[in-house]
Design a protein around this ligand. Structure first.
Ligand code: 13P
Length: 342
């Protein structure tokens, strides 16, 4: 294990107020989003869409790393240039989603377990040869009636830790993503309790599996009220609750925290990240950044709609979201940047 290289990569990923772009939707997830907009659900349509994203001019000014899916890392631009080359030349580090998705967990109704540990060491080696610097694994925790269970939290946390150890063995920085879903009627307080238990368990397993904390990045959910909870926490409450939960449960040695957006609107995700940095940046032991998928991509996808004529406008929307989140890291996101000032 090259300790220095891992630490350096982790630090670059969270440097200069940049963040990560998650563009690693699996084919079924990507197809679902295409279907909603009437875009054909084909490999070629997915290739064209990903080409649109990675050829967005100046994306590297705000994005330090892009997380790709296995299909995407092997694809090429229309003119034959490999995506890998396009991304690297844009000054963006290459990341890869390496989990194999979630399945229903046996004996745990309503809960999921993430698969993909079998054969992972060899898959990771191939990605390193292709030029990847970091990887991602997502565990999903659902809040509901008497869930999450201890069994689900334990099994998912152990898988995350085993994945992280395998990544570091081959020199990939693991992004460790235990996502507590925002779906449900639960209060923000319940989300805090569950997120706390999950983070505590994850770091216990990371310790047991000898994962080097300086050479990893945590990708957590923000602590939010459930989507259908009648009482919604304010932006400042979300910032306070989220950072307090992290301070209680995440060791200071971790290089960076890069939030997922998890279905929040683009504007809310930026506003909350902004409040988090405005209130805590000066006293946080970690960089507090973003690793957003939908909150960066969705406006661009809505504009593109699968049409060549909309590519440039879609790229502008994508760059705009990246820039908004870069500003939010500095506590400088506001209505003016958003372009909604009267
Ligand atoms: P969202 O920001 O859309 O939640 O995606 C982040 C991600 O990588 C999910 O695994």
């Amino acid at each position: 294990m090259n300790v220095q290289k891992l630490i350096e990569t982790a630090k670059i990923l969270v440097a200069d107020n940049k963040g990560l772009l998650a563009m690693d939707e699996s084919n079924p997830t990507c197809n679902k989003r295409f279907a909603k907009l009437g875009i054909p659900q084909t490999e070629e349509a997915r290739r064209i869409y990903r080409e649109l994203i990675i050829t967005t001019p100046n994306l590297g000014d705000y994005i330090s790393g892009a997380i790709l899916y296995d299909e995407t890392i092997r694809q090429k631009k229309q003119d034959g240039t490999p995506f890998l080359q396009v991304i690297t030349e844009a000054g963006i580090m290459l990341g890869i989603k390496v989990d194999m998705g979630t399945k229903e967990m046996a004996g745990h109704s309503g809960e999921k377990i993430t698969e993909g540990l079998d054969g992972l060491r060899d898959r990771l080696k191939e990605y390193v040869q292709m030029g990847a610097s970091f990887a991602k694994w997502r565990a999903v925790i659902t809040i509901g009636d008497r869930i999450p269970s201890r069994g689900c939290i334990e099994a998912n946390s152990q898988a995350l830790a085993r994945y992280a150890a395998l990544c570091q063995e081959v020199g990939l920085v693991p992004i460790v993503e235990p996502e507590v879903l925002m779906d449900g009627e639960h209060t923000e307080e319940r989300c805090y309790k569950v997120t706390e238990e999950v983070l505590h368990t994850v770091f216990n397993h990371l310790y047991t599996q000898r994962v080097m904390l300086e050479g990893m990045i945590l990708k957590p959910n923000m602590v939010l009220s459930g989507l259908t909870c009648p009482e919604q926490a304010s932006v400042d409450e979300v910032a306070d609750t989220t950072v307090n939960c992290l301070l209680q449960n995440v060791p200071a040695a971790v290089s960076g925290i890069a939030f997922l957006s998890g279905g929040q609107s683009s504007e809310l995700a930026s506003a909350r990240l902004n409040a988090i940095n405005l209130r805590f940046k000066s006293r946080s032991p970690w960089a507090l950044t973003f690793s957003f998928g939908r909150a960066i991509q969705q406006p661009a996808l809505d504009i593109w709609q699968g049409k060549e004529a909309n590519v440039s406008k879609a790229q502008q929307a994508l760059l705009h979201r990246a820039k908004c989140n870069w500003a939010a890291r500095q506590g400088e996101y506001n209505a003016g940047i958003e372009g909604t000032e009267a």
